[in-house]
Design a protein around this ligand. Structure first.
Ligand SMILES: [Zn+2]
Length: 341
């Protein structure tokens, strides 16, 4: 591993670094310096899936998980991803093509297909990832994963592991696949709570299930005679009203970037005063969004009395803390907007 050999990797999810691991089959991207990741870093060990990650295939959740991991890491402003070149749960691309074709022709699930072909269900090796981790002296980490075997492999190598679940992005094309992962491969994707129509609604990432509720969702709003790309742009810009930063945030490429600009300039606004008005500003932005987009308005009204929460352990104020220990102010404000629609 050449720790000095890296380049910047600006992505839609934030600015990462891509490091040279000395092995083309093992890729490493990191938010910040790989040697300054703290004593309990956030990590995704990800096995490649060319179909979804490169070509945009919709019938699995690999690219979604990678994308969500990048967002979690960018939100925390720390963490890294080890991307391993191992297709088809370690069976290689040829076998993967045969197995998927069999699934499609015979209308069977992924586990049955692997079985019929005499393939191990999960033949992935985490040896290279573990080697990298030990080279940084990492003995404890938070693993972004729903896969018990991945956790076990790290634990067997003497690493203390806490898992952080990823929320699946369910589509008609991948629904059966996700269910069979839970049923037959012991994964822990929270599918039932998402599909159940009276249960509480959890949202977080703007491109996942119920993501339209997020202040990061790509729904422009018209407020103060200006069109804002997202509620988040509007919200962050109000911290710097009348200054150049307001304009800079207004034209930020993404809500993530809008937030980033505000964060970098946090010394320049009166944060005490902001605490008093921030909920009012957020409410104003949300109200504009749900009244100015008729389809969205209908979708929110149709949630009836379902409880809504921003589900994340990254935020105990706007979010629910991941386990209802947070205040869920964003969810509360959305429910308040719903009452008046
Ligand atoms: Zn895939």
């Amino acid at each position: 591993m050449q720790q000095n050999n890296y380049c910047l990797l600006p992505t839609k999810n934030g600015d990462f670094r891509m490091y040279d691991t000395g092995n083309e089959m093992v890729r490493l991207i990191c938010y910040g310096d790989i040697l300054k990741q703290g004593n309990n870093p956030l990590l995704r060990i990800h096995s490649s899936c060319i179909a979804s990650e490169v070509f945009g295939a919709k019938d699995c959740d690999c690219a979604d998980q990678l994308n969500e991991s990048m967002k979690m890491i960018a939100t925390e402003r720390s963490g890294f991803i080890i991307h391993l070149h191992q297709e088809g749960r370690g069976q290689g691309l040829s076998n993967k093509i045969i197995a998927i074709s069999k699934m499609q022709v015979e209308n069977i699930d992924t586990v049955e297909s692997f079985e019929k072909l005499g393939l191990e269900h999960d033949n992935r090796s985490y040896h290279e990832a573990i080697k990298l981790l030990s080279s940084y002296g990492i003995t404890k980490l938070r693993l972004i994963s729903n896969n018990p075997r991945k956790r076990k492999a790290l634990e067997n190598a003497g690493i203390k592991v806490e898992t952080v679940n990823t929320n699946p992005n369910i589509r008609p094309e991948n629904k059966d696949y996700l269910y069979s992962k839970n049923l037959k491969l012991d994964h822990s994707l929270p599918l039932d709570t998402i599909m159940n129509e009276t249960s509480a609604i959890h949202f977080y990432h703007s491109d996942q299930v119920w993501g339209e509720l997020s202040n990061f969702s790509p729904h422009p709003i018209f407020l103060k005679n200006i069109i804002w790309q997202t509620v988040e742009h509007y919200y962050q810009a109000q911290k710097f009203r009348g200054s150049n930063l307001e304009n800079k945030i207004h034209s930020a490429d993404s809500p993530m970037q809008a937030k980033e600009i505000a964060h970098l300039n946090r010394e320049k606004y009166n944060s005490e005063k902001w605490q008093e008005i921030k909920e009012g500003i957020m409410l104003e932005g949300l109200r504009a969004k749900f009244t100015q987009h008729p389809k969205l308005k209908k979708k929110l009204i149709d949630t009836n009395k379902r409880h809504i929460s921003e589900h994340t352990n990254n935020d105990y104020y706007w979010g629910d803390g991941g386990d209802d220990s947070g205040q869920n102010r964003l969810g509360e404000l959305i429910m308040l907007v719903r009452e008046k629609l």
